[in-house]
Write a new protein. Structure first.
Length: 135
C-alpha cells in the first residue's frame, strides 16, 4: 500500500450502498485516501433516497455517477469492499477484501435508507482507522 491507500467500494448497481460508502470515506478521510466505487451492473442514476439520506448528514453525492466495475480499477486498488455483488466481483491475490453484508436500499424510502447509511458510516470509520493507524 502506498502513502495514499486506494479503496474500491463495489455493489451491484453502484447507486446506493457503494455510493454512500464512497461519500462517507471522502468526507471523513479528505484527500488522504483515494476513493473509488463501481458496480457489476451499474444503474442509470444514483438512488434518490441514498442522495437524500447523505444530504441529511451534509454530504453531497448528487454529482456521482454509477460506473461499471473495470478489471484495472480493481487490480490497482489496495482495499476492495464488496456489498452484495457476489461472483461478479473479481478476486486478486494479495488484495485486502471485506464483504459488508448490508441491506440493499434499492426501492426503499428514506426511513429505510437512514439506518443503512448509519451502518455504512460506522464501517467506514472502522476501515479508516485501520488504514490510518495512530502514530
Amino acid at each position: 500500500m502506498s502513502d495514499k491507500p486506494s479503496v474500491l467500494f463495489v455493489c451491484v448497481h453502484n447507486a446506493g450502498r457503494s455510493q454512500m460508502a464512497a461519500g462517507w470515506l471522502r468526507h471523513l478521510a479528505g484527500d488522504t485516501v483515494e476513493v473509488r466505487s463501481a458496480g457489476s451492473a451499474p444503474a442509470d442514476r444514483i438512488n434518490p433516497a441514498a442522495v437524500e439520506a447523505m444530504r441529511e448528514v451534509g454530504i453531497d453525492i448528487t454529482h456521482q455517477t454509477p460506473r461499471l466495475l473495470e478489471y484495472a480499477t480493481a487490480e490497482s486498488s489496495d482495499v476492495i469492499v464488496t456489498m452484495g455483488c457476489g461472483d461478479a466481483c473479481p478476486v486478486f491475490p494479495g488484495k485486502r477484501y471485506e464483504d459488508w453484508k448490508l441491506e440493499d436500499p434499492a426501492g426503499k424510502g428514506i426511513e429505510a435508507v437512514r439506518p443503512i447509511r448509519d451502518e455504512i458510516r460506522a464501517r467506514v470509520v472502522k476501515l479508516l482507522a485501520e488504514l490510518r493507524p495512530t502514530t
